[in-house]
Design a protein around this ligand. Structure first.
Ligand SMILES: [Zn+2]
Length: 140
């Protein structure tokens, strides 16, 4: 069984199933863009960066350890370019400063929240529930 690992319509790696383990192909060092079943080779790329993508955005030290320990022994380690996904993952969001509008009487402001689908269905086959919280008394 052959497996393709695709990210943002680009083929980043191929592999095959061997004794219940997916073995990644090491020799295909290019990204391929997949569009309407046509594979167009993208510009030649940094193979170290490809392994960074393939292995869940691991850092350069871990890649170097894989090279040293053997699994990526054929890889010529290059420096990693700026990875947009890694930067986004490290971004934080500031907390809200103001408390916003609070209600002064019952039913002036009601917060709703829909939850679902839930993997285990409730009696009757329901997979969603909704909550209504009155802002004034905070009761459901
Ligand atoms: Zn990354």
């Amino acid at each position: 069984m052959v497996v393709d690992i695709i990210l943002n319509k680009a083929l980043i790696c191929k592999g095959h199933l061997n004794n219940d383990l997916y073995v990644l192909k090491q020799d295909d060092s290019s990204l391929h863009h997949i569009e309407s079943n046509k594979r167009i080779k993208l510009s030649p790329t940094n193979e170290t960066y490809l392994w960074h993508l393939r292995l869940g955005h691991i850092n350069l030290n871990r890649i170097q350890r894989l090279v040293k320990d053997g699994p990526l022994s054929n890889l010529k380690v290059e420096s990693l370019p700026v990875c947009e996904s890694c930067l986004e993952g490290k971004m934080t969001k500031r907390s809200f400063k103001s408390k916003g509008h609070r209600a002064n009487e019952v039913l002036e402001l009601v917060h709703t929240d829909v939850c679902g689908p839930i993997s285990v269905q409730a009696r009757g086959g329901f997979e969603y529930f909704i909550t209504f919280t009155d802002d004034y008394c905070r009761g459901l």
